[in-house]
Design a protein around this ligand. Structure first.
Ligand code: ARG
Ligand code: GLU
Length: 723
């Protein structure tokens, strides 16, 4: 067959414009039918759009929950999936970590030994954790825009948006117990309403020991190949009418609308996979200027500060088992972003992200030349990033090294409420603060915190120009520079916030006139100096620029969508429900290194080393390995599969997300991404971006054979075409 050159060029153009790179994207479920179902079917999906998302009938989305907290129910920190008709849910071990830790002590160390409730009465309540089911998600852009006319001033627009939002939410909640929320999509070019049913009694059912649930620890975090059994189980409770209710011993297990069937058939390379969940934040449409600043300025500094903090916490943890328990969750939290940022910088360089962005920007500039509303926005953005560069770094420093470098500064802030309280409010506040105090000191070590304070304040002072530092800090450091350790000792000794006894004795004798004790406390004063400086001198100054950047980013986004109007864009993650699809796949990690798509128990045994905390394999697991007692959970080769890698475009918040096969059955639990591809938050590349999934068969194996909690499997529906 012969094609004319012109035709070929034309075909290529249409294909090129239409293509989002394979597997890239986090899609809105209510738009599945309109935009994506054909693509999904081509990729191997066997169900219909209505099977996934249907507001009139139970469907797959009804088996997914967003995990949040009572104070921030819409900010889902993780995802979970329902696997039984009695509200049993699976999420990650690291998602349940704080809950597991909070029930732990030296005597009952559930982090170390694992925990399994042997009946429902033994399940442990967790104050504050919420589980949200999505009822529906609707485009409300036109309702949000009602009353907004061209050239209206910004203040007026934001007032109208606020009013419209409140009305939309009120209407959505009316006559129901639902909670609704409206969020901006595509940098504010569109708005969607999410309506949720939020359950508030979520109990811990089980967790493997950390030697399984956190196997590989921070050494293997963000890495492939992986061998972490990163899961824990919870159960949602409801009142007698199956309605959301706060914890009560009279509550009963939830009867969910839908739960996932679990497939025992496992995965092969190139199998279709689908993920549901609550991805938190991505920024795929930023300009090269924004990315360059992150890569070369902000993130290298943030990494440096955290390296220091981690070394200090790590030394404490190595010195005592008590400190290890106290700081393990905090350490993991600080280490997580620290390691990701490093992979992100490498990944962006490797895929030549800046060049790619610049090319797109070049095309945009050309296109915008004849369009007045878009012409010049890239130049202005470039200028704004340049002028805000130092200020933006100073803000990062104040958070990473100042306000949050150690813990005691932030703790002292909690007592501010006392200073403002009316006489009659005091007893209630004192009660709350006492509870907070006991929680805080349970996981606090004075020496570790002093070391953190000393190191981070000095870093702060060394790395910023004087004009970006509060006077009080400049003075304090210059006065004490050569004896900072001594100064720190004295500071912690003088402050009323540095021991549980001191705080409690202060609270026990609190009178209205004691307020000045908070305000004059030397630690509170340091907090206050940082915070005021941040608000007045840094935050306010940069706010103007940031607002203008947001405005231009919104325009740029609209322009991109107009320029490539035949491409289907996906919105950045914003903690709303999304689906992702891709395939099971290995990848080439670096020169001459190709990674297989799955790992097995053999790999855990290979890593075994009792000398290394992260690789100390439990005896029982070794015995199961030796006897090959894998039951029906082994693969065809007789191995016990542990994890697999796939091309789904996920991010933080997708932890715990269900991984489904083409029939919508559960085959895995999402828990991470491979380090080489973590730049997918800024730019996805199908050749190297991988999400890391726990094979559901390993979950079942651990529950059944390792923990002896096989009774939990009786609630689940296990299916197989083979066995
Ligand atoms: N990287 C994963 C995520 O972002 C797991 C984090 C928890 N695990 C850890 N070793 N710190 O959530
Ligand atoms: N571990 C992450 C989480 O907590 C998921 C990994 C990612 O960022 O993709 O959500």
């Amino acid at each position: 067959m012969k094609f004319s050159l012109k035709l070929i060029a034309c075909l290529l153009f249409v294909m090129g414009a239409n293509m989002t790179r394979a597997d890239e994207g986090m899609w809105i479920p209510s738009l599945l039918k309109k935009y994506k179902i054909e693509d999904l079917k081509k990729a191997g999906f066997k169900l219909t759009a209505e099977d996934v998302y249907n507001v009139n009938q139970a469907c797959l989305k009804d088996a997914v929950v967003g995990l949040g907290s009572e104070s921030r129910p819409f900010r889902h920190f993780c995802t979970g999936e329902i696997v039984s008709g009695k509200g049993l849910l699976i999420t990650n071990h690291h998602c349940g970590y704080r809950a597991i830790q909070s029930h732990s002590s030296i005597e009952h160390d559930y982090l170390k030994d694992g925990f399994w409730a042997m009946n429902q009465a033994e399940e442990l309540p967790n104050e504050g954790i919420t589980a949200s089911f999505l009822i529906r998600i609707d485009d409300v852009t036109s309702e949000m825009m009602k009353g907004i006319v061209p050239d209206m001033d910004k203040k007026k627009i934001s007032e109208i948006l606020k009013k419209n939002k409140a009305e939309i939410i009120k209407k959505a909640q009316k006559g129901t117990h639902y909670k609704a929320n409206v969020k901006a999509f595509f940098s504010g070019n569109q708005y969607f309403l999410s309506v949720y049913e939020i359950y508030k009694d979520v109990r811990l059912v089980g967790a493997p020991p950390s030697a399984i649930g956190k196997f590989g620890g921070d050494t293997d975090n963000w890495m492939w190949p992986r061998h972490t059994g990163d899961f824990s189980m919870f159960r949602i409770y409801a009142d007698k009418n199956n309605m959301p209710a706060s914890y009560s011993k009279d509550n009963v297990p939830l009867k969910p609308k839908r739960f996932f069937e679990i497939s025992l058939d496992g995965v092969n390379e190139n199998d279709f996979t689908m993920v549901f969940g609550y991805p938190g934040t991505t920024t795929e449409y930023l300009t090269s200027y924004a990315i360059e600043q992150k890569m070369n300025s902000n993130n290298p500094h943030k990494i440096k500060i955290r390296t220091k903090r981690l070394n200090i916490m790590g030394a404490g943890m190595d010195s005592s088992q008590k400190i290890r328990i106290q700081y393990s969750a905090k350490y993991a939290g600080v280490a997580n972003a620290w390691k990701k940022w490093q992979g992100e910088i490498k990944g962006l360089k490797r895929i030549k992200a800046l060049e790619k962005k610049e090319k797109l920007e070049q095309r945009f500039r050309e296109w915008a030349k004849t369009r007045k509303e878009y012409d010049g926005i890239l130049d202005e953005l470039k200028g704004l990033y340049a002028s805000n560069r130092d200020l933006s770094l100073a803000i990062d420093y104040i958070w990473e090294a100042g306000l949050r470098g150690c813990e005691i500064l932030n703790f002292s802030k909690s007592f501010m409420v006392l200073a403002k309280a009316k006489e009659e409010e005091i007893p209630q506040i004192v009660k709350g603060l006492k509870a907070k105090t006991s929680k805080f000191f349970k996981d606090f070590d004075l020496e570790v915190d002093k070391n953190l304070f000393e190191a981070t304040i000095l870093m702060y002072s060394d790395n910023l120009e004087g004009k970006y530092q509060p006077q009080a800090i400049l003075d304090l450091v210059s006065k004490n520079k050569n004896k900072f350790g001594k100064y720190t000792d004295k500071l912690y000794e003088k402050s009323i916030f540095t021991s549980e006894e001191k705080v409690n004795s202060f609270l026990n004798s609190y009178k209205k006139s004691s307020a000045k004790k908070v305000l004059n406390d030397p630690i509170y004063k340091i907090y206050d100096a940082f915070y005021k400086f941040y608000r007045k001198d840094l935050g306010l100054k940069s706010l103007q620029t940031e607002m203008r950047i947001d405005e231009l980013q919104k325009k740029y986004m609209a322009g991109l969508m107009e320029m490539d109007s035949d491409k289907i864009f996906y919105p950045d993650a914003n903690s709303t429900f999304r689906f992702h699809y891709g395939k099971v796949k290995g990848f080439k990690a670096r020169n001459a290194v190709y990674y297989d798509y799955y790992t097995s128990l053999d790999g855990i045994i290979e890593k075994d080393n009792p000398e290394i905390f992260d690789y100390d394999v439990p005896q029982k697991l070794k015995e199961l390995y030796a006897s090959k007692d894998y039951g029906r959970y082994a693969n065809e080769k007789g191995e016990m599969p542990v994890c697999f890698a796939a091309t789904n475009h996920t991010t933080g918040g997708n932890s715990g997300s269900p991984i489904l096969n083409a029939e919508g059955q559960l085959i895995g639990v999402n828990f991470d991404r491979a380090w080489e591809g973590v730049m997918s938050d800024l730019m996805y590349d199908p050749s190297i971006c991988r999400n890391v999934c726990l094979d559901i068969r390993y979950v079942l194996f651990v529950v059944d054979k390792f923990a002896g909690a096989g009774y939990l499997l009786d609630e689940m529906k296990l299916v197989s075409k083979k066995k």
